[in-house]
Design a binder for this molecule. Structure first.
Ligand SMILES: [Zn+2]
Ligand SMILES: [Zn+2]
Length: 122
């Protein structure tokens, strides 16, 4: 299953192959700050199936993660961490077909904002 997506302006695209390993909604503060949203839905795929079309900016965080975003429009696109070196997380909202990849798991629910309902879909 081919998975494709892009940033807001379209200058960065990516392709990957499914099936997904995870489809999660993350409430951690790092994701919330990095992406600028109350929670962030991600899909996880095998890193060796993933490739960018275009050249995103890479931000190396103080938690050893690498986050990518479009240098032109700022859309957040991916997350990688050395603790899961064969995987890459993709921002679900950047997918071409996000409706097909509903989260089925909440992660870092203990960090969720009090006004966010805590089920996997929000
Ligand atoms: Zn862009
Ligand atoms: Zn997170």
């Amino acid at each position: 299953m081919k998975i494709t997506g892009r940033c807001y302006c379209g200058s960065i695209r990516y392709e990957a192959l499914g099936p997904t390993l995870y489809q999660a909604n993350c409430h951690c503060e790092n994701c919330r700050r990095a992406i600028g949203a109350q929670a962030v839905a991600w899909i996880t795929v095998k890193l060796d199936t993933f490739k960018f079309v275009g050249d995103p900016t890479r931000h190396h965080t103080d938690t050893e993660a690498t986050r990518t975003f479009c240098p032109d429009c700022g859309s957040s696109l991916t997350y990688q961490h050395p603790s899961r070196e064969t995987e890459i997380d993709i921002v679900t909202a950047s997918l071409d077909k996000p409706e097909k990849f509903a989260p089925n798991l909440s992660v870092y629910a203990d960090e969720k904002l009090s006004w966010v309902k805590c089920d996997a879909s929000n």
